[in-house]
Design a protein around this ligand. Structure first.
Ligand code: MN
Length: 296
């Protein structure tokens, strides 16, 4: 390994780090961003071939992963071993628990964010613990490429990872200054694809109200038709599994409304429209069109 590292010192890319990391980990694989592999193949194919041979000799499989990584060399960072430095964290709310009153009450917000969302994050971290290199990838990437996630944790990533991104998404599209009618690009898209805002609102409410059991209603962009559409998904299924970037979402699990609205889901939905942050939804649509949709 020292010989190889000495050779890599003159390398224009950061190939030396992958060797250092691979030599430190007990795991039989190393996750590498596919973009980095393409860059190595292009810029220094013979050096990369040497590294690849060395990895093979060490019994390390190179797992190429498409998508953004948290840091440019996330795959080449030392493995986490749990403890306080867990990979996934509960993001704080950008408003206070009572900011959405009277539409969504403070107690529901506190429980929903601090307990329910936290539980998904904790369960996800626990599931992924034996795969520290995967834990370094953004959860959105794991969901987009669920078929590449080890089978042993695929269901856990789908459920708890889905729960994490869905809630993260949900908190961003809510806000105390929300409600009313959308403006800008999102307003135009709604009029174009649904006829009118009123018609869209009634279709979305209907999808959310009639969803059987726990789940979500989403407004998504369909990349193949470039139209926006309503999607109703069960449990904690993420729109990322469907390759359709999310623009707006509504949580229709009972925990989202039961304290205040009891079994009256339609009342919750009627109130919910008053806290939709349309400026955020509009920004998501613009990001999506610009190919920047890295989030759910
Ligand atoms: Mn929820």
């Amino acid at each position: 390994m020292e010989d190889l590292l000495a050779q890599l010192r003159g390398s224009r890319t950061d190939l030396a780090r992958i060797v250092e990391v691979a030599s430190r980990t007990e795991l039989g694989y190393i996750v590498v961003p596919a973009g980095a592999v393409r860059a190595w193949e292009e810029r220094e194919p013979s050096t990369w071939a040497k590294v690849r041979d060395w990895l093979t000799a060490k019994g390390k499989i190179v797992v190429e992963f498409e998508g953004q990584t948290r840091t440019p060399w996330s795959a080449a960072t030392p493995p986490h071993h749990g403890g306080s430095d867990m990979a996934y964290k509960l993001p704080p709310l950008r408003f206070s628990y009572d900011a959405l009153e009277p539409y969504i009450d403070a107690e529901t917000m506190e429980l929903h964010h601090d307990k329910h969302h936290q539980t998904y994050v904790d369960a996800l971290n626990k599931a992924i613990e034996p795969y520290p290199h995967l834990a370094d990838l953004p959860i959105e990437d794991l969901l987009r490429r669920l078929d590449q996630v080890p089978e042993a944790i695929r269901t856990a990533v789908r459920n708890h990872g889905g729960g994490h991104v869905n809630h993260q998404f949900f908190w961003t599209v809510l806000g105390p200054t929300g409600g009313g009618s959308p403006r800008g690009a999102i307003a135009d898209a709604i009029t174009k694809d649904f006829g009118s805002f009123e018609r869209f609102q009634s279709l979305f409410t209907d999808a959310a109200a009639k969803h059987f059991g726990s789940g979500w209603a989403f407004l998504v962009m369909n990349p193949s038709t470039e139209r926006i559409e309503i999607l109703s998904l069960p449990n904690q299924e993420s729109v990322l599994l469907h390759g359709k970037p999310g623009l707006l979402c509504c949580d229709v699990w009972e925990h989202a409304y039961y304290l205040k609205y009891r079994n009256r889901r339609p009342d919750y939905l009627g109130a919910w429209w008053n806290v939709v942050a349309w400026d955020v939804v509009d920004q998501r649509l613009q990001d999506c069109r610009a190919g920047r949709s890295s989030t759910a």
